[in-house]
Write a protein that binds this ligand. Structure first.
Ligand code: FAD
Ligand code: MLT
Ligand code: ZN
Length: 495
């Protein structure tokens, strides 16, 4: 075993090709013919990620069909010290689900474990396998006249195990919390192949450490989540959606505070969209047009919802909009007249990531600051990056009701994409220093993966990093679970 300068074990994968071949054959026997592939064509989609920043390698993608199969595979890998990269829908944005380029890890996809195990409407819970697609969980909840509120742009492809392992946020955190807040219990295959059955549907359970929270947000570095008991909520009967236009970013959070109060805290979403975001989405995405005739610098997509049919939300929203226009905080606005119109407004918001992709290089930041500091963060960070790269186009958008800003930087028009992207680390440092000065977070909802390893090491205290490393070493002493992600040293020594 080798130790790095911080005393962490690094992975020694001393297996030769013949030994690895034997382990892979044993895995094939466990999962059967439908449970694995070594075909380069089938493997390829598992090696890249949505931003195209990383391209890994693996000898095999394993697709177990049950918790027992996952446990048996992990037990074999533990004995052989063969690294495993768990994968859900492969929509993660920090490269955590992509194997390293050395080709020494297998990818373990949960995609075949996609069943709803049970719905308990009275307990307001649903028990699902980890590979179920998020939209299918939402649908199963709806069929039981309940709501599963986790919602994000990738909901048609991401899987619940991935959502939990990244502690996904999304557009409804403000009302219902992160993935972490939505899980009552989980089932996990530990790095030695043992199964921890923590599938309890309890709202109260103070029997020692809350173990599930180690795996939630653990990005597959501590174990493989195989199933979860999730919280459900009453299904909304009345939903109102509005797009508000603002002249000044300084007014956004004041409008937010007033909307919380005026709606009796029935706000479900409060999403910031800059003018450039409206332009990018309406220019690049099919059949989208500007919902408000005049142009304004800032917009907020706001949603309120109630489980009552006669909640009076529309009247409330109309008088709220009128009052804010009179106060000069909101300068224009549109309230969706139908579910179809609301969906059109959401298409603009949800299309932000895709539309930026058509505008050349984009340097991403997923940061959080206290809600009261959102505007001054955006102003200071926008000025700072413009000083470094004249013509740079900040696209500050997202879940500002949670203090979470996607501070993405599109390249100057006509700039060379590669040259722009080469300044990624420099831009990160500028932006993250401004975040740190506000006691904020350098990763609000996307995680650390491999993209933010150095940033985490830079901004976390030694005490925090030591604690994380001790947890990793205690649960996964041989470092086989998604090695080199979050805090573990990368095979190339980084982190
Ligand atoms: P993957 O990408 O497959 O994996 C992510 C991580 O989880 C990896 O570390 C992987 O090893 C681990 N993992 C996966 N399954 C398991 C398991 N069963 N057990 C243990 N570890 C596992 N994220 C947000 O938080 N909010 C957003 O609003 C949001 N919007 C997005 C919009 C778009 C268009 C896209 C492409 C992505 C967006 N994301 C967002 C990021 C992404 O969708 C989330 O991180 C999502 O939760 C990842 O789920 P997944 O199933 O795709 O996981
Ligand atoms: C979103 O909220 O749309 C994503 O998390 C943002 C992103 O792609 O950066
Ligand atoms: Zn987001």
């Amino acid at each position: 075993m080798v130790y790095d300068s911080d005393g962490m074990k690094t992975i020694v994968n001393a297996m030769n090709e013949a030994e690895r071949g034997t382990v892979l054959d044993k895995i094939k026997a466990i999962v059967g013919p439908k449970g694995w592939t070594t075909d380069p064509h089938d493997i390829e989609p598992h090696l890249t990620e949505p931003r195209g920043l990383y391209h890994g390698a693996t000898p095999m993608v394993v697709r177990p069909a049950s918790t027992e199969e996952v446990a048996a595979v992990v037990k074999l890998c533990a004995a052989a010290r063969l690294p495993i990269v768990p994968q859900g829908g492969n929509t993660g944005l920090v490269g955590a689900q992509v194997p390293w380029e050395d080709g020494k890890s297998i990818v373990l996809s949960l995609a075949r474990m996609n069943r709803v195990r049970a719905v308990d409407p009275l307990n307001y819970t649903i028990t699902v396998e980890a590979g179920i697609i998020l939209a299918d969980v939402q649908k199963a909840a709806e069929d039981a006249d309940r709501l599963f509120p986790l919602s994000l742009g990738a909901e048609g492809s991401c899987r619940i195990g991935g959502n939990l392992s990244t502690n996904a946020g999304g557009v409804a955190v403000l009302r219902y919390g992160n993935a972490r807040d939505l899980a009552l219990g989980i089932e996990v295959v530990l790095p030695d192949g043992q199964v921890w059955d923590g599938l309890r549907g309890l709202r109260k359970d103070n029997t020692g450490y809350d173990l599930k929270q180690l795996f939630i947000g653990g990005e597959g570095t501590l174990g493989i989540i195989t199933a979860a008991v999730l919280k459900l909520f009453p299904r909304p009967r009345e939903i109102e959606t509005a797009l508000l236009a603002l002249a000044r970013v300084e007014d956004v959070m004041e409008v937010f505070a007033r909307a919380r109060a005026a709606s009796g805290d029935q706000l479900t979403a409060f999403e910031l969209i800059p003018r450039i975001g409206i332009e990018m989405t309406t220019n690049h995405l099919h059949a989208l047009s500007d919902p408000i005739a005049a142009k304004y610098p800032w917009y907020v997509l706001l949603e309120v919802s109630s489980s009552q049919t006669e909640g009076g939300l529309r009247t409330m929203l109309e008088s709220f909009l009128a009052a804010q226009m009179e106060a000069g905080l909101v300068v224009d606005g549109v309230i969706a007249a139908s579910a179809g119109q609301a969906a059109e407004l959401w298409r603009i918001r949800d299309g932000m990531t895709e539309a930026q992709g058509y505008e050349g290089g984009s340097i991403k930041h997923d940061v959080a600051v206290p809600v009261s500091r959102v505007a001054d963060f955006i102003i200071e960070a926008s000025e700072a990056v413009a000083r470094a790269i004249p013509g740079i186009r900040p696209v500050a958008f997202g879940h500002v009701g949670d203090g979470n800003i996607h501070f993405n930087l599109s390249q100057p028009i006509g700039a060379d994409k590669a040259e722009f992207l080469a300044r990624w680390v420099e831009m990160n440092r500028i932006v993250h220093d401004i975040v740190a000065a506000r006691n904020g977070s350098i990763s609000a909802e996307h995680g650390i993966g491999r993209m933010k390893l150095e940033e985490l090491t830079h901004y976390k205290t030694k005490v925090e990093l030591d604690l994380m490393r001790k947890i990793k070493a205690a649960l996964d002493p041989d470092g086989i679970m998604n090695p080199g992600k979050i805090v573990a040293p990368a095979p190339d020594g980084r982190g």
